[in-house]
Ligand binder design. Sequence first.
Ligand code: PLP
Length: 430
Amino acid sequence: MQHTNSERLHEEALKVIVGGVNSPSRSYKAVGGGSPVVMERGQGAYFFDVDGNQYIDYLAAYGPIITGHAHPHITKAITRAAETGVLYGTPTPHEITFAKMLQEAIPSLEKVRFMNSGTEAVMTTIRVARAYTGRNKLIKFAGCYHGHSDPVLVAAGSGPSTLGTPDSAGVPKAIASDVITVPFNDIKSFKAAMDKWGQEIAAVLVEPIVGNFGIVEPLEGFLQSINDITHQAGALVIYDEVITAFRFTYGGAQDLLGVKPDLTALGKVIGGGLPIGAYGGKKDIMDKVAPIGPAYQAGTHAGNPASILSGIACLEVLKQDGVYEHLDRLGALLEKGILEAAENNNISITINRLKGALTVYFTEEKIFNYEQAENTDGETFGKFFKLMVEQGVMLAPSKYEAWFITIAHTEEDIDATIHAVNNAFESLQE
Ligand code: PLP
């Protein structure tokens, strides 16, 4: 496969865009380096790059593209928005329709607010929780990613119940010292942190089903225990459902798992591919937000008609019969095919899958926390990633990311992917 144009464009990009990419995860740093493939067009389950190569897309733009690229219903909605003005700076009827759709699907969203990204959504839930409780400290879980605002770019301290340290240059130590990071699926460590800091904790922030060190489900009772312990301490539970909402079911992970948070952050899928974020939760907590309450949050582009109409159209597609069954069925076929290919080629892998999302880890161990995901074989993943790209299958360039199946994928795409995996595993043996 030729990548001459991609390579040339990456060289050019390096001169004007920092690192040549607009989000660090798009670089190939985590897979041994190289020029990222530069895409020209997406259609359905496929990508077409600037060298004319075609790929089956499992990146799905890191989650949002659940309908496949350029879905006609969403395209029509975006076109309508373009024709009627993409930004008014006033209320519109569409945002009310969309808020009601979200609330119907995720009943814990008694009130919502729209904004432009998952980062903003999470950042604001933290602010609102602090405003509501009058406390500052936050507990989060190792390996969960919550966007790039200061309070969530914090690494764990030297033990599970120690205060955090900045995980990025530019994050003040004072901010990091208000954040405690504990291992996911480890209720003992969480309890220890709450025993020590409980009365100072404003909120506990968690991806209810993790999407950021692969797809990792909570162990039985983990989320309920978090709820119970957090509420006993007078703190709030925030679910970051930026990846999970509408990914596994027409609703949130909270609806799938039957555990309700106080506040929820949303993004990705709900924009149908256009930039969006939203947050919501209990009415008395949301009433802390301006203009009713003292917690400030605003946005020039917040609730813009283009993103909202695109989001409405996306949910209309997802609400149709059989959507999630299709994702689950193809996911199961893909999982089975990859496992068989691994067995045939003596490659040790573990697959975590939920419906149409899965992660292939190069390890024999089960993965239910970040430390285990960290210990998987990244070098082999890097080689595997490149072998797949060369055969026209696009994955995210990181061992920690999920493969996302869209409703545009077909059984033939899955078969072709399994064939490519077989070839890749065969090459890894050599
Ligand atoms: N929360 C989670 C769980 C995410 O996976 C992400 C992005 O990957 C974010 C928040 C941040 O969203 P955005 O990239 O839209 O700012």
